[in-house]
Structure formats: structure tokens, C-alpha cells
Design a protein around this ligand. Sequence first.
Ligand code: 5GP
Ligand code: MN
Length: 317
Amino acid sequence: MNFSLKQVADLLQNVSTVILTAHVHPDGDCLGSMLALNEYLASRGKSVKMILDDEVPALYKFLPEHETIGKPTTKVISADLLIVLDASDIERIGKVKEHVNAPILNIDHHISNTKFADYWYINSKSAATGEIIFELLKLLNAKITPTIATCLYTAIATDCGFFRYANTSVQTMRYAADLIEFGAKPNAISEYMETKPLESILTLAKVLETLELHHHGKIATITVSPDTLDTLDSTEGFINYPRIIEGVEIAIMFKVMNEGTIRISFRSKTVDVSKLALSFGGGGHARAAGCAIVGKIEDIKIKVLNSAVKQLAGKTL
Ligand code: 5GP
Ligand code: MN
């Protein structure tokens, strides 16, 4: 059922046990949104738990209370409500799906959202789920503490490439400014996120050696091998290197995971890559999308490149 933000606010006021979750391969938006909402709900006396089927990457370990995020187990638990944040389909929450037995409220901003929940609030005009959570908290007259401000600023800033991508709106900037007034420290957040162990810079150098250009330089790919992945906490930001090459319209990163799955990230300057990702069972936004495919990297690469070329030619996928 499609909910207004007011209906979401009313629902939150009427539940007492809440579980919060977000997508696997967590990013700043899903983590910041979850931690902010967790702090608000806990302050209202709700029994609230955060469960995520993944690790928190080191670059987000400055976010207050991240260490209280639990993992799903094989036991089934119940609650009045499971809130799924920043995830466009149910598969994105991994094993939390089987672990929690509760009605689902989905709050998201992906254009590719499959409307899988019992109740949903989706606004694809929002640059981040964090923008929606900020609006929701204001509607609830919540006190925006410095920790909530830090979480929401991180959520918003990371999903719009620190105010550089096409989704950066007047509203995005305004919300970020408000969050600074509420205590977020942009320089401290950026500095923490930019600081990397030497090893990850050396690994990036290796990954950049895999750079290939296709289709007259309009498509650029990089490939991350399993042994490279073993030495890394996160590949966040790697896709930016092929993306910024002059003439490149679609950048693709192939991550060869140990279990035979290939995780793919798409970035685009012109075409809608969420369609490309959707055609491979994934999703995302027009300019940033992704999917995961099981198979051999050589075969998958050919298939994905063919589809990307087709899309650049304006053909339907
Ligand atoms: P990234 O390339 O940074 O992992 O993801 C870019 C965007 O695509 C994000 O908005 C993310 O939520 C979405 N995305 C990435 N992988 C998947 C996937 O496997 N399924 C879906 N539905 N969305 C994805
Ligand atoms: Mn997001």
C-alpha cells in the first residue's frame, strides 16, 4: 500500500517493537538513514533493533552506534514492524527476510523499486533515503541531535557524491545546510572517509591496470579479482576512475567474488543505467546502478558489454 509521509509518521507512533534493516553491501545512505531512525525511535521509548546481513565497511565506522547493528540468525523473530531502508527489492536485505516475521514498511528513493512491502513510501526525486528520513523526523517534531545530524548528513552527502552528481538538488543543499546547523561536521566526515590504509591505495593501483576501453572509448571497465578483494575493506570510489575519463559515457566495475558471483556497478553520464541493471536482475538510479550475476567473468563481461552498447545505441534491452 502506497503511504504518504504522514501515514508513515502515524504508523511509527502506533508501533512499539521495530526492527530496522537496510541493503547488503551497505553504503553511507542506508547506514546513516538506519542509525538516525534508530536513535529517534529509541528516544521515543520504542523497542528497536538494527539488523543487517553484512559488515559495516571501515570507512563508515565513525557513524555513532554502528557497533550496535546486529546480524540475522536462523531463528525467526517477530516485531510490530520491519522497516526496510534504501532497498529497492526484498532480495537486497539478504537473510533478514527469513529472520524477521513482521509487516514491512519500505522507505526508499530508487526509481527501480519493486513495491515489495506491505506499506511503502518511495520518492525517486530524493537524492538519498536520508533526505526522506530528515523530512519524516521533522514531521514527527523530532529533536535533531548532533548524532542524528551526522548520520543524515553522511547519508545525503555520500549518495550525491558530496554534492557533485546530477541528483544534487536545491533541497539536497538546503537539507545539508540544516544538518550542519544541527551539528554535522562536513570536514570531519569527509576526512574520516577519505583516509585509507596504504594497502588500499596500492590495491587501487593494481585494479586500475585492468582498465579497458570499449565502443570507441564510450564504455570503460575495471575488474576486481577475488585476491584483490581479500586485501580490501571496500571498493567504494573505484568506479569513479573509469567514470571520469574523457569521452566515457558508461563506466562498469566487475567484482569477481569468491563464491562465483560477479557484482557489477554501473555509472553513466548520459543513458539510464538502472534499465541496464534491471535487465540483469538488479536496480538502482539513472546514473548509478548495480546487479549481481552468477557465472564466468569472461561470459558475463561479453553479455554486459553487448547490452551497454545496445543501450548507447538507444535500443531497448
Ligand atoms: P553501487 O554500484 O554503488 O554498489 O550501487 C549503485 C546503486 O545501484 C545503488 O543505489 C544501489 O542500491 C544499486 N544497486 C547496486 N547493486 C544492486 C543490486 O544487486 N540490486 C539492486 N536492486 N540494486 C543495486
Ligand atoms: Mn540511497
